[in-house]
Design a protein around this ligand. Sequence first.
Ligand SMILES: Cc1cc2nc3c(=O)[nH]c(=O)nc-3n(C[C@H](O)[C@H](O)[C@H](O)COP(=O)(O)OP(=O)(O)OC[C@H]3O[C@@H](n4cnc5c(N)ncnc54)[C@H](O)[C@@H]3O)c2cc1C
Length: 274
Amino acid sequence: MTEPGAGSDLQGIRTTAEDHGDHWILNGSKTFISNGILADLVIVVAKTTPEGGAHGLSLLVVERGMEGFERGRNLDKIGQKSQDTAELFFKDVRVPKENLLGELNGAFVHLMTNLAQERLAIAVAGIAGAEHLLELTTTYVKEREAFGRPLARLQHVRFEIAEMATECAVTRTFVDRCIAEHADPTGLGLDPVNASMAKWWATELQKRVADRCLQLHGGYGYMSEFPVARAFTDGRIQTIYGGTTEIMKEIIGRSSSADPVPHPRRTLTTKGFP
Ligand SMILES: Cc1cc2nc3c(=O)[nH]c(=O)nc-3n(C[C@H](O)[C@H](O)[C@H](O)COP(=O)(O)OP(=O)(O)OC[C@H]3O[C@@H](n4cnc5c(N)ncnc54)[C@H](O)[C@@H]3O)c2cc1C
């Protein structure tokens, strides 16, 4: 999806796929693509009907080795160093018609349907990450001593732990409900608005917890060898990729009913995608 000039606002996508009978000619570039270096196959959002706006976008499957498909460098990030994040370039790439994924000009609907799952997965990582950090930190403050007693004996420290434990417990309940909604074969599937709520809330919680847990580790929290330091930088992206916190709030605010009732599935709007 993401291009140098189109992140939150997918209507800014410039990559085009021109119809040439039995194939498309693909031109453009993408950036910040997770696993873009390693991937043998990438799904590219491209404009197939330039005047169609959100409804002029399609998904094309592009394969390693197709002439004109190049990868840039592995981008240097502040965290998640073990995962590659790449730029992709397409110059007159000949993509067979059968590599169209889903409906012609249907990318918007396909993305809206499937981004809910991606957002849920990010929310799950958010709450799991926060819980793990809390566990590590609870152990740490029981062992580390200051002024002759463990940090955990200080009321401020206990309150910090108590607040984080409460927020994690409340968040997990909502994320679990979203998982159940997503997994229910008889239901309507995960409501995209609930997915947006889970995504922004759980990842912002993860960010807050990482910051507070780092503080509770003192100077050791700033040392790369401590897991809390790595979690602080690795987790920072969570409120950005998969749709930023601000975009999640836009989706929630614009939904036809912005209350937290999960069913029936709310009407999707193409305004301000994603
Ligand atoms: C490590 C990493 C991995 C990624 N993986 C992928 C991937 O695999 N595939 C992919 O397609 N993309 C990927 N992305 C891209 C990611 O989804 C985008 O960076 C993200 O959607 C934000 O887009 P942007 O960077 O262009 O920021 P912008 O859209 O320029 O936003 C900048 C700021 O403005 C705010 N903003 C923008 N619009 C509004 C609005 N309407 N209201 C309020 N605030 C607004 C944003 O919330 C943000 O705070 C990845 C990014 C990173 C860093």
